[in-house]
Ligand binder design. Structure first.
Ligand SMILES: NC(=O)c1ccc[n+]([C@@H]2O[C@H](COP(=O)([O-])OP(=O)(O)OC[C@H]3O[C@@H](n4cnc5c(N)ncnc54)[C@H](O)[C@@H]3O)[C@@H](O)[C@H]2O)c1
Length: 398
């Protein structure tokens, strides 16, 4: 392997996700054949305490409250943009204008107009841009994706993708920007969790054709953190019943995103069933991929222990368990490998077009809920890819 190339990263938005990047970069040496070596060099946040947190990272040379400083710096090759949703469009467009490659957080604009403007501008530039979505990098999900893409499940019967947590079950939890339309977007929880459940369907080519949505704002008022109460006008839970199609025919695609799913801490899951077999994976039980095959006319469920290895190989023992921080490491390995032209057949991060496609689904869901009927989703995507039939159990082997 040739010498890994240095990549200097700047963060805009040093909050929950911005800080995670420090952990990703710190663990980079565990990747066995990455073509790059990232270094965190610059951080921007409007809150001093958030910036100060990064003083523990010795490679950080620039701390600023103005992101334009990062756009101008020569020691920043790539940006991680992790700010509230109403700021995405301006920041992402400015980054493109400055010629900076970036991984932008979802939902990649507050609405379809913003996502469309960003995708269009990126498409007519030569910056390398992807949108964040890490959950499909769980090894069980990777194996499931390969199995589904192989066509081994036969004629698809139905599919469901869910992201469920209960961070808002506590009604005394103060509101923050994610609970308000002006900063999070009218799409609410779909903006928070929707890209996570659409990454895999869209990558498989399953652009929903219609959607019927049931949306809930379960806690419309919360403490404002200053002794008063404030309106929380975003959607907490969204259940989307979609019609999708692949080359085996039409099938129902169910998407669930919930901030209030009692009993769930942070569960991303998929279940895809076909006439020849089925597959289930949930991050609640990260070691186990469940596979159903029809064997001599019997429906046989098997559990495959998937271990730690995902898309990019690591030194981590193959038998060990995989978690959220590992998924983020894999997502960044994918982004930076693809940027270096070295992703090969590894799993790619969400493209700007896929982010836009997700917004078209969320926007249709809003219309569906308002009109209490199924509505068409405008198409933004090309045809799917399936790689020909294979034996269900054969495909899941690495
Ligand atoms: N991929 C994931 O799993 C995941 C998880 C959570 C959030 N997110 C996404 O990450 C993004 C940020 O979410 P978060 O949870 O980290 O939010 P956060 O509130 O924890 O952090 C956002 C930070 O942005 C800073 N900020 C606000 N305005 C700014 C400006 N003009 N310039 C610079 N900094 C500014 C805030 O001070 C704050 O520190 C959102 O797009 C969100 O949807 C992704």
């Amino acid at each position: 392997m040739s010498t890994p190339q240095p990549v200097r990263i700047g963060v805009v938005g040093a909050g929950l996700m911005g800080k995670e990047l420090a952990g990703v970069v710190g663990r980079w040496a565990t990747l066995t054949d990455s073509p790059v070596v990232p270094e965190l060099t610059a951080v921007c946040d409007v809150v001093e305490a958030a910036r100060d947190w990064f003083r523990r990272v010795p490679t950080v040379r620039t701390l600023t409250d103005d992101y334009r400083v990062l756009l101008e710096r020569d020691d920043v090759d790539v940006l991680y943009l992790a700010v509230p949703h109403h700021l995405h469009q301006r920041l992402y467009l400015d980054a493109v204008e400055a010629g900076k490659d970036f991984l932008g957080e979802k939902p990649f604009g507050i609405d379809p107009q913003a996502a469309g403007a960003i995708a269009h501008r990126v498409g007519s530039s030569d910056v390398f841009v992807r949108c964040s979505s890490e959950m499909p990098f769980f090894p069980g999900a990777q194996r499931a994706i390969r199995m589904i893409a192989s066509g081994a499940l036969g004629r698809l019967v139905d599919a469901q993708f869910c992201f469920l947590h209960s961070s808002d079950l506590d009604v005394a939890k103060p509101a923050n920007w994610k609970r308000q339309t002006a900063t999070c977007g009218q799409i609410g929880v779909m903006g928070d969790l929707g890209m996570h459940v659409l990454h895999v369907p869209l990558r498989l080519g399953w652009q929903p054709m219609t959607v019927f949505a049931q949306l809930q704002d379960l806690v419309p008022v919360r403490p404002d953190g200053r002794g008063g109460m404030t309106a929380c006008d975003t959607i907490d839970n969204a259940m989307l019943a979609c019609r999708a199609v692949d080359d085996t025919g039409e099938f129902p695609l169910a998407l669930a995103t919930k901030r209030i799913a009692p009993g769930e801490m942070n569960t991303w899951s998929l279940r895809v069933m076909g006439m020849s077999g089925g597959v289930e994976f949930s991050t609640r039980n990260p070691q186990v991929l469940r596979v159903m095959a029809v064997v001599d006319g019997e429906q046989v469920w098997q559990e495959v222990q998937v271990g730690s290895q995902s898309s990019a190989p690591t030194v981590t023992g193959a038998i060990f368990e995989f978690g959220f921080a590992d998924a983020l490491l894999q997502m960044w390995a994918s982004y930076l490998s693809e940027r270096a032209g070295a992703l090969g057949d590894g799993f790619g991060c969400v493209t700007p077009q896929e982010a836009l496609a997700s917004h078209l689904v969320f926007d249709a869901a809003l219309r569906s809920s308002a009109e209490e009927r199924a509505v068409a989703v405008p198409s933004s995507h090309g045809p799917l890819r399936r790689h020909g039939p294979d034996d269900v159990l054969g495909v899941i082997g690495r």
